[in-house]
Design a protein around this ligand. Structure first.
Ligand SMILES: [Zn+2]
Length: 395
């Protein structure tokens, strides 16, 4: 059923499930999908907003059956006419309920998942699309997947990463080596434990999907890798201390990384990013690279209390997956969600990890393309935005 507003500024559609969505005349005109205007969902449309009168209204809107199914046929005050399939309209509805349904909520880690972390065999994910699809979905939903049975030779992580997307390059390089050697002690192979953290929060765009591959592990596995769900920790903080949580989502933390004459990265983003409904969609956790906090003085007390508790939660052993990476093991995780660290190095031998990174947008693109190829349900939503700041709560 359709109902056109008196002024023709919008039309309301009542769906079979009893709910309804309204569509504005300007939105419909802007998204007209006729052969003249182009298809607005492919990034190749021909109609441009500069050609549309903002005061355009609907002069008619009616439900009709066309060759391609049920649709509404509309006419605008500028003389143009168009048709919109109701299935397409339901998919693109933007009322509060529809927007909420479209927001993606990944599964938070449970004790069951920590005790039995998701893992996939390397050979299968490299050779079978269906296994590779499963791997990508595990990362999408749980933020992390272990891959076992790979060769220990350098370059293995790069092969798998290229299947996921393009490799990101930074001042650290493209394929990075993390070598800790008792014969060559230096700052770079500090034996001290590394607290769980996300990598490079001082970048405007921190690394997306990280792959850690163990090439050598000394005699008996020096240093246990730790992984922790930053979203679960953030949701726990939200339950325990809503004001502290809110302070971490609404105020920016300044981060800085400075190497004299080489790199001087500074940025400001909240430690916890939330989507338009207040759900956590990204974290930046690494107080080692935090620069002096510069926020509203009235927020300092809540901010420090929230931050201290969030860091405590992110160091809680009961929240961690602990895994000794053996040669040939790969850990893949979303750096905008999962914190990683390691226990103290024992320095019995050499520990060599190779790591590579893929941009998150490419990761989701590969997942969608593979859904089409395998004829699985495609998630056409813009998935987790990442740690790029909080959206205004405009519901
Ligand atoms: Zn048109």
């Amino acid at each position: 059923m359709t109902r056109l507003s008196n002024e023709g500024t919008q039309v309301t559609l009542r769906w079979n499930d009893g709910t309804s969505s309204c569509f504005h005349a300007i939105w419909l005109r802007d998204n007209c999908r006729c052969s003249h205007c182009g298809e607005p969902s492919t990034g190749r449309r021909t109609l441009r907003l500069s050609q549309i009168d903002l005061s355009v209204t609907l002069t008619d809107a009616r439900l009709v059956q066309s060759g391609s199914g049920e649709c509404i046929r509309v006419a605008w005050s500028d003389g143009h006419q168009g048709e919109f399939g109701t299935v397409w309209l339901k998919e693109h509805a933007y009322d509060a309920r529809s927007r909420r349904m479209k927001s993606f909520h990944p599964a938070l880690w449970t004790n069951g998942l920590r005790e039995n972390p998701p893992s996939m065999p390397f050979e299968e994910v490299m050779t079978a699309d269906s296994a590779f699809f499963d791997l990508l979905n595990i990362i999408k939903n749980h933020g992390l997947c272990l891959v076992d049975g790979a060769s220990a030779s350098p370059g293995t992580a790069e092969k798998l990463a290229r299947r996921i997307g393009f490799l990101q390059t930074s001042n650290y390089g493209k394929v990075m080596d993390l070598i800790a050697d008792k014969r060559h002690r230096s700052m770079a192979n500090d034996a001290d434990p590394l607290k769980p953290h996300t990598d490079e929060p001082y970048r405007a765009s921190p690394p997306g999907i990280l792959l850690f591959h163990c090439v050598e592990a000394g005699e008996d596995g020096v240093g246990t890798s730790t992984f922790l769900d930053g979203f679960e920790a953030a949701e726990t903080l939200k339950r325990e201390d809503p004001e502290g949580f809110s302070a971490l989502t609404r105020n920016n933390q300044t981060f800085r990384r400075f190497f004299d004459g080489d790199v001087d990265l500074i940025c400001e983003f909240p430690v916890i990013s939330t989507d338009q409904f207040g759900n956590v969609c990204g974290v930046r956790v690494n107080d080692r690279v935090a620069a002096p906090t510069c926020i509203d003085p009235g927020q300092i007390t809540d901010y420090y209390r929230g931050m201290k508790r969030f860091l405590q939660l992110s160091e809680d052993p009961d929240r961690m997956i602990r895994k000794i990476l053996e040669p040939g093991d790969i850990a893949i995780f979303d750096n905008h969600r999962i914190l990683h660290g390691r226990t103290r190095l024992k320095f019995r031998g050499r520990r060599w990890l190779q790591w590579v990174q893929v941009e998150r947008g490419d990761f989701y693109s590969t997942l969608r393309i593979l859904s089409d190829k395998l004829e699985r349900n495609k998630d056409a939503r813009p998935l987790l935005r990442g740690a790029y700041g909080s959206q205004t709560l405009n519901q």
